[in-house]
Design a protein around this ligand. Structure first.
Ligand code: AMP
Length: 517
């Protein structure tokens, strides 16, 4: 019975040991190498920690070593947590505080290893690299017995990874996903899209973003290949397109914002630019029909799929294969549920809505649901509720906070958000997290942020005696990653309040729009 994602790595490495599994800018790793190196890491982590089901942080980069470290941690019976150390140190510390990892592995190619971490090079030494087959065990790098004992005790509901997302109270939340959630995801994707061992995925999303989970595990399941695109290419759309052609990429599972880099800069001339491309799948935010139409016009032969879902339901719970033309101003549906996910619209009392055109909150149940937010019971209880209309036995349900409605064909169409969560440059951001950082700045009395969707700008309205944008940015740079810094700053002597005595965000937004055309 398959109950661990690495069962597929074992199968692939036995079936196709010398097939390329992971490629990055430093080279290529075969399935056999990936499995062996991961088992070396697994042995080390298991011996050193002596625990299972505990978090191990991985300081990630856009490289194959990050993925091998993830698998190693899974072989040790623990779960991995990708951490991007290029974020401001205060935020990294907040994440590590919430996490209390039993170990940290630094997977970067760097001389300056993250404080308190074991570097990948210390684990995968020159001796390990020179080993093969039986040598791994005879030299003591891999303890087959230890790893198989750990595996035999594991259940499918054990945690596999945790990914941190922005938190409205200022502290990022660690979404904890199980093996079962990911198995459910890859089986559903297989049923819908039939990947095979010829499939070449181009990884775009950083490994601390759940879009990347689909590359890793769909590829593992179908014994395909992942090519990790270097970060710098996303600043040169034409070079990115050439890269896709050179690497014979046939499948993109990308964030909308990444696909838009190519369409906004009109980096395609025709299908010959990327002759192997068969599937273009996107998620994370609304795909403007205009951008999609550009892609379709340039590469009409590809299949385009809108994927929808938050990190908390293991990547995606609905999909829509684009099966007709859309006008530039039309909304592209997020579609219907994947097999084995229940996706419903619910009113404010959580009663199911079935009528077309009526807006409700998108609520999800099924094995795809996260185990919760790590070490955060309060936020877990807020978002993962029990269906009040199923009194006979408890049914867990995740309230996405997204609003949607059914179109004429019964597809769900994403309408808007219920709260202050936004998507900006592909990043999920709680405006509350930016506000918490702003309000901790001593010279600011109070501030709020709003998001101007049409111009894709975060606007900060702050109350202070004098203009102090430069000073605010200097303070924010210590606390938040750059993508979370507001794009505009507007000073007020006193911020206006609404009838309920709260800062009047609506008024602030409309005044800003009036003053800025
Ligand atoms: P994340 O957890 O980073 O994947 O962000 C999840 C949120 O992104 C969802 O709750 C939605 O608000 C938004 N989102 C994801 N996919 C789509 C989509 N296809 N269309 C519109 N919004 C989306």
């Amino acid at each position: 019975m398959i109950r661990n994602v690495l069962d597929y790595l074992d199968i692939d490495a036995a079936k196709a040991p010398s097939k390329a599994a992971l490629e990055d800018e430093y080279g290529c790793m075969t399935y056999s190498e990936v499995r062996s190196f991961a088992r070396v890491i697994g042995t080390f982590v298991a011996r050193k920690t002596g625990v299972t089901d505990k978090p191990v942080a991985v300081i990630i980069d856009r490289n194959a070593r990050s993925v091998v470290s993830f698998f190693g941690i899974v072989y040790s019976g623990n779960f991995y947590v990708p951490v991007d150390a290029s974020m401001p140190s205060e935020r990294v510390s907040l994440i590590l505080e919430t996490l209390s990892p039993v170990m940290i592995i630094d997977a970067r190619k760097t001389d300056k290893v993250f404080e308190g971490a074991v570097s990948y090079d210390e684990l995968i030494t020159e001796d390990v690299l020179k080993s093969s087959g039986e040598d791994f065990c005879s030299a003591g790098f891999i303890d087959e017995q230890l790893l198989s004992e750990i595996k035999s005790r594991m259940i499918d509901q054990a945690p596999l990874y945790s990914i941190f997302t922005s938190g409205s109270t200022g502290v990022p939340k660690g979404v904890l996903i199980s093996h079962r959630g990911v198995l459910d995801l890859v089986w559903a994707f297989e049923e819908a899209f039939s990947f095979d061992e010829e499939t070449v995925f181009c990884n775009q999303a950083p490994f601390d973003f759940d879009v990347s989970v689909k590359d890793i595990y769909n590829s593992l399941y179908c014994c395909g290949k992942i090519v990790i695109a270097p970060r710098k290419l996303f600043m040169s759309p034409r070079l990115l397109v050439s890269f896709l052609a050179e690497k014979k990429i046939d499948t993109l599972i990308w964030a909308v914002s990444a696909l838009r880099i190519i369409s906004d800069f009109k980096a395609l001339d025709n299908a010959e630019n990327v002759p192997a491309l068969k599937r273009v799948m996107f998620s994370g935010e609304v795909m403007p029909a205009k951008s999609l139409n550009y892609w379709k016009k340039m590469i009409p032969s590809a299949v385009y799929v809108n994927l929808y879902g938050p990190t908390e339901i293991t990547c995606n719970c609905t999909y829509y294969v684009i099966d007709r033309d859309f006008a530039d101003d039309e909304k592209i549906p997020v579609g219907k549920p994947f097999v084995n996910s229940r996706v419903e619209l619910r009113d404010e009392a959580l009663k199911v809505i079935t009528d077309k055109g009526v807006t409700g909150e998108i609520c999800v149940s099924g094995i795809c649901l996260a185990l919760g937010y790590l070490n955060n019971k309060e936020k877990t209880d807020e978002a993962f509720v029990t269906d009040p209309f199923n009194p006979g036995y408890p049914v867990r349900m995740y309230r996405t906070g997204d609003l949607g409605f059914y179109d004429e064909d019964g597809n769900i169409v994403f309408a808007s958000r219920r709260d202050h969560q936004i998507k900006h440059m592909g990043h999920r951001i709680e405006l509350g997290e930016i506000e918490t950082a702003l309000n901790s700045i001593s010279f600011l009395t109070i501030s709020v942020c709003v998001y101007e969707e049409s111009r894709e700008k975060i606007i900060c309205f702050y109350q202070a005696d004098t203009e102090c944008k430069k000073e605010i940015v200097a303070e924010l740079s210590k606390k938040l990653p750059k993508y979370m810094w507001p794009n505009e700053y507007v000073r007020y002597d006193v911020l206006p309040l609404n009838k309920n005595g709260k800062i009047d965000r609506k008024l602030l937004r409309s005044e800003w729009e009036k003053n800025n055309g």
